[in-house]
Design a protein around this ligand. Structure first.
Ligand code: FES
Length: 90
């Protein structure tokens, strides 16, 4: 069973086939949930290959913020399909 770990929150979540990170609202802080506010930004520590591809909304917001690390994701736009370790940024 895959596991999603959150470093700063010291939490882990086991799931079956996949999990939408929007379901992690007891761990991650969300605002707009539409990819425009950036409050749900997380940094991938490991397991990037097990997350859904970065969306154009994420690309646009991170470009606007001047953040060019491919490890940055918006949790409201992401789904995990396998093991990953994330660190909340905000
Ligand atoms: S909650 Fe606003 S960008 Fe994700």
């Amino acid at each position: 069973m895959p596991t999603l770990k959150f470093v700063s929150a010291d939490e882990k979540v086991d799931f079956e086939d996949y999990v939408d990170l929007t379901d992690m609202d007891d761990i991650i802080t969300f605002g707009c949930r539409s990819g425009s506010c950036g409050i749900c930004a997380v940094r991938i520590v490991s397991g990037a290959e097990n997350l859904s591809p970065r969306t154009s909304r994420e690309d646009s917001l991170f470009e606007l913020l001047g953040e060019d690390s491919p490890a940055m994701r918006l949790a409201c736009q992401s789904r995990a399909y396998g093991d990953a370790v994330l660190d909340e940024v905000n």
